[in-house]
Design a protein around this ligand. Structure first.
Ligand code: MG
Length: 374
């Protein structure tokens, strides 16, 4: 039973190119399936989330991170009687525009573009992937996704203004996105806040003592677990604790969002859209815990010396390849050379690099610039 303020598939603003209805899947289920069948989605498997394979081969990559976000989003959307299919489609597509090498790749690509007065933004890139680069259908370019999924790609984490981005005017930039899209940024953070503690601990980059001292919500649950399971191995206490942290974040997001929707007297999707602020939120107490968790990860992990060499190397690979193709556009694949007749060369190179997996960009770097990562 969908809430009245959920996105109902029959009220979708539809696709750019109208298509006949499918006999047993609604439009958001079809969009979810189109995302899963996209090449850019498959490539997430070989893109770094935080850790490369150097430390272990059971860390999250961008694909498994994406699946965790989708799983958490389905649970939350379901509990709020929102459209689970739309939330799932949005979660599955939320990181599809990410370049290789995680945040370092994104930073290097943006810096290279800024040298030419341009920039790189993974949400805008994701929109171009689904609108243009994916080619599966005879009748049109792109995946021909519904308006609501394209809108969610643009609005799930960020408020763009029509002044800065007139090309996005069709996406109702002066309105809030539906709750299904509002959830995604928060579930994304629940997923990586907990997963990165896990992967950091597994990699021995974070010790249990450090996490207990730096993440108060973790410490509280860990003390409880020590009472309940005094004799189990440390890793299992860790897992039990982390599971409770994750549940606390999810539970709070569901309850707080529900309470805010009720308090604001929200009845319809139009009410959600015209509300002055986003309604999906954590409570102040849990939001403070979320921030502590996130700040701890920045301080101890994302900017840790252990990862910095690999990050510098990643940035160097992106930068050198970008410069190489700027001076040797004839070395680009033919379809990219053709595109350079219409789009500025830096944009074409940026699109090419952004689509690459980690192994492929290293191969390209070895081929054109001499030496890959050590
Ligand atoms: Mg993400």
């Amino acid at each position: 039973m969908l809430a009245a303020y959920a996105v109902h598939p029959e009220h979708s603003r539809g696709r750019r190119f109208p298509e006949p209805p499918h006999p047993y899947r609604n439009d958001f289920q079809r969009d979810r399936d189109r995302v899963i069948h996209a090449r850019a989605f498959r490539r997430l498997e070989a893109k770094t989330q935080v850790f490369t394979r150097r430390y272990s081969d059971h860390f999250r990559n961008r694909l498994t991170h994406t699946l965790e976000v989708a799983q958490i989003s389905r649970t939350i959307a379901g509990a709020l009687n929102l459209n689970v299919d739309l939330a799932e489609a949005l979660a599955l597509v939320h990181d599809i525009g990410h370049p290789p090498f995680g945040h370092s790749g994104e930073k290097a690509l943006d810096a290279a573009m800024r040298e030419h007065g341009l920039f790189f933004d993974h949400n805008l890139h994701a929109l171009r992937i689904v609108e243009d680069f994916e080619q599966r259908y005879a009748a049109f370019r792109g995946l021909n996704l519904t308006f609501e999924v394209r809108e969610g790609i643009i609005k799930h984490s960020h408020d763009y203004t029509v002044n800065d981005h007139p090309e996005l005017a069709e996406y109702l930039l002066d309105q809030r996105p539906p709750l299904e899209a509002q959830l995604i940024d928060l579930t994304d953070e629940i997923a990586y806040n907990t997963a990165d503690l896990d992967d950091g601990y597994e990699a021995h980059l974070l010790s249990l003592e450090e996490i207990r001292a730096g993440v108060p919500v973790f410490e509280r649950f860990y003390r409880e677990i020590e009472q309940i399971y005094p004799n189990v191995p440390e890793k299992l206490k860790f897992n039990e604790t982390l599971k409770r942290v994750l549940n606390r974040f999810v539970d709070d997001l569901i309850r707080t969002t529900q309470a805010r929707v009720s308090a604001a007297g929200i009845r319809t999707l139009e009410d959600v859209r015209s509300h002055p602020t986003r309604l999906a939120a954590f409570s102040p107490v849990v939001d403070a815990e979320r921030k502590q968790n996130k700040e701890f990860l920045y301080k101890t992990l994302y900017y840790s010396p252990a990862l910095s060499e690999e990050k510098d190397e990643a940035e160097r690979v992106v930068r050198e390849l970008f410069i190489f193709w700027m001076s040797h556009p004839e070395a680009l694949p033919h379809n990219y050379q053709d595109r350079a007749h219409e789009d500025p060369l830096p944009r074409v190179i940026c699109d090419y690099i952004a689509g690459m997996t980690d192994p492929f960009i290293l191969e390209q770097h070895e081929k054109h610039c001499g030496s890959g990562m050590q």
